[in-house]
Design a protein around this ligand. Structure first.
Ligand SMILES: [Zn+2]
Length: 133
């Protein structure tokens, strides 16, 4: 007498047939069992891979001057297109762009089209203020 590997209920084996390991629970026991017991991915890397990653990391570290290793502001400035003074021309023009949008909002009426335009412009202003443009 054999028992289902998942739920433990008894399985009637048919003589002359391959022995069954799971009960006839519409395949649920078999699926659940393999989900719990499936072989896990090996959690290791080859020593040579580890060595090459460490070497690459140490190589990167060695070209960064010691004083700047935790100062990433210059990278952020570069990404935002700022020069050494920390000023980006687009950022200088932000207030005027926001004023332009706000001026347009004041001219808009109460029509549904005007309301939609207003929402759009308010979104643009929010984006500008959050530095997303
Ligand atoms: Zn079962």
């Amino acid at each position: 007498m054999t028992k289902c590997l998942e739920c433990g209920s008894e399985i009637k084996q048919t003589e002359g047939r391959r022995p069954r390991k799971f009960c006839d629970n519409k395949g649920k026991c078999k699926g659940a069992y393999w989900l719990k017991n499936k072989p896990k991915e090996p959690r290791y890397v080859l020593k040579s891979t580890l060595d090459s990653v460490v070497a690459k990391y140490e190589g990167l570290l060695s070209v960064i001057p010691k004083g700047n290793r935790i100062d990433i502001n210059h990278l952020i400035d570069a990404a935002r297109g700022r020069d050494a003074s920390g000023i980006n021309e687009d950022e200088l023009n932000l207030p005027s762009q926001i004023e332009k949008y706000e001026a347009e909002i004041r001219t808009l009426g109460e029509s549904s089209l005007a309301k939609r335009r207003k929402l759009f412009l308010e979104g643009k202003i929010r984006e500008l203020k959050n530095g997303k443009l």
